[in-house]
Design a protein around this ligand. Structure first.
Ligand code: GLU
Length: 507
């Protein structure tokens, strides 16, 4: 694909709550595209609908982008040449364009009161303010110009609506879908400027994409029905030549493919649909996030990239740099992408396996501090991480797989040991303690060599001894390689555990 203009893309969320997987994927595709073509990635907060504004949502969005490592080049926090990046702070810039549309006959003032519109809705099922009825409603298309002036002078509350043409087809090229067409008769006369002087999303998105010189507009497929209104606004405002390319991203579907994945599906099916925990400021209820579940941000980003995109091969694990290199709009699917939580888990597992222990260390500490466990010896923690990482799907799983490295067994699986326990075995472990005590180099090979030599000398099969040894060290039939466990626990602790267990086994 050849790109012949300066790439400027934007993520334009409304701060109405937590960030859904689909939102983060839109961020990611914007980001990859911007990085690939040396463009700019803009974060613009679309907060013109004051009734839907939710405290804390903007901060949450910024934090999410940080956590994912997908930081914008321009935005409310970072600033930039097109500031401000919050639409509420750009309020003054929209009215002139709405007025311009009225002057040129593409929009009109509508003075209908809420009560009048409610009455219309009551009388007409599926009422739509548009070409069929605009002639009988209270607007500047029907009122005389002196009446209109009078109402405006008296500051009678009014909105500005787009005048959708009738019997026309609006067609445009979507970079994923190709030519998309809409019948204008099916689109209502959307409000562009509200009675409080705030623009609606439709006006603001077009004005800001224009003023901010956006070259490509990536957004979810759910915005496709709004596109005809936007296309017309670009045309009516005289900006058609500068209109961005449209890229409507496929939906993320429920695991069974039946409909869009919603935040309620997460609760229902037991997996997160938000990037990070989102606490509703009104109800206090928390919707679970991937971050708090112990998902690594790199794995999250990789998993999201594959929801609706692939590079045409079987490859599934991509670093961010690789994604930037390989990402193309041509390889984004039209069809919705089913979200598969098992697959999402697999990604995280793969990333935990290959991450360096030091980078896992911080995340694991966080999960431990939630459990009020403090680990002071960082090096020791690193060693344990190295031993159990292959078993983890989430960082949260760490404790379950590793607690015995930090505390002595409280219980022992005696059923696994007792039936075959005897005096020679007791003697073996007593002597083993002495032999291990003499070791100067404490590592798994040395321990194993001593252990095996003694088993041969005592004439007891190795297989008979390994299980009791394991139970002595961890309490049961689980954990990594038993010599690795001993090597990590250290000489003193290993001997203490053997002696303690001997007392219990012989009780
Ligand atoms: N403000 C819209 C949203 O909340 C943005 C849609 C668009 O990118 O045009 O998702």
């Amino acid at each position: 694909m050849s790109i012949n203009k300066k790439v400027r893309v934007r993520f334009a969320p409304s701060p109405t709550g937590g960030l859904h997987l689909g939102g983060v994927r839109t961020v990611l595709f914007n980001y990859l595209f911007a990085r690939k073509y040396n463009g700019d990635f803009v974060l613009r907060i679309e907060d013109t609908d004051q009734s839907r504004y939710v405290e804390g949502a903007e901060q949450y969005i910024t934090d999410c982008l940080k956590w994912c490592g997908l930081n914008p080049d321009e935005g409310p926090e970072k600033g930039g040449p097109f500031a401000p990046y919050r639409q509420s702070e750009r309020k003054h810039s929209y009215r002139q364009y709405a007025e311009q549309l009225v002057q040129s006959g593409y929009a009109y003032y509508a003075f209908d009161t809420t009560e009048e519109l409610e009455e219309q809705r009551r009388l007409t099922p599926n009422f739509r303010y548009g070409h069929e009825n605009r002639k009988v409603l209270r607007n500047s298309l029907n009122l005389s110009s002196s009446e209109v002036e009078n109402l405006l002078a008296k500051k009678i509350p009014h909105v500005i609506r787009i005048k959708m043409p009738s019997n026309e087809t609006i067609s445009f090229n979507d970079m994923i879908r190709g030519i998309v067409s809409f019948d204008t008769n099916l689109v209502d006369d959307k409000v562009l400027l509200k009675a409080d002087g705030m623009p609606t999303y439709h006006l603001a998105v077009v004005v800001d994409d224009y003023l901010m010189k956006i070259s490509h507009a990536f957004r979810g497929e759910e915005w496709l029905p709004s596109a005809p209104v936007h296309i017309l606004l670009w045309e009516y405002l005289g900006w058609k030549a500068e209109m961005p390319e449209w890229v409507h991203l496929p939906l993320i579907l429920k695991p069974d493919g039946n409909g869009k994945l919603s935040k309620r599906d997460g609760d229902r099916l037991g997996f997160p649909v938000y990037a990070m925990n989102w606490k509703d400021p009104q109800t206090g209820s928390v919707i679970k996030g991937f971050r708090e579940m112990g998902y690594l941000p790199e794995a999250f980003v990789n998993m999201l990239a594959l929801l609706g995109w692939n590079d045409g091969t079987e490859q599934e694990i991509f670093s961010l740099d690789e994604l930037i290199e390989k990402f193309t709009i041509e390889r984004i699917n039209k069809a919705g992408a089913k979200f598969d939580f098992e697959k999402a888990k697999w990604f995280n597992h793969e990333y935990i396996k290959k991450a360096d222990a030091a980078s896992l260390n911080t995340g694991i500490r966080d999960t431990l501090s939630e459990k009020e466990i403090t680990i002071t010896d960082n090096k020791y923690l690193d060693k344990v991480i190295e031993l159990v990482r292959n078993r983890l799907t989430f960082l949260q799983d760490f404790w379950e797989h590793a607690y015995f490295f930090f505390e002595q067994p409280k219980e022992y699986d005696l059923n696994a040991v007792k039936p075959k326990w005897n005096e020679p075995k007791t003697e073996f472990f007593q002597t083993l303690c002495d032999n291990l005590f003499e070791l100067n180099n404490w590592d798994n090979e040395e321990v194993e060599t001593k252990f095996k030599a003694l088993s041969e000398r005592k004439g007891i099969k190795l297989g008979e001894l390994l299980l009791p040894f394991r139970v002595m060290l961890v309490g049961g039939k689980f954990g990594p390689g038993v010599f690795d466990i001993a090597a990590t626990l250290g000489k003193e602790e290993t001997i203490i555990r053997i002696k303690k267990a001997l007392n219990i086994f012989n009780d």
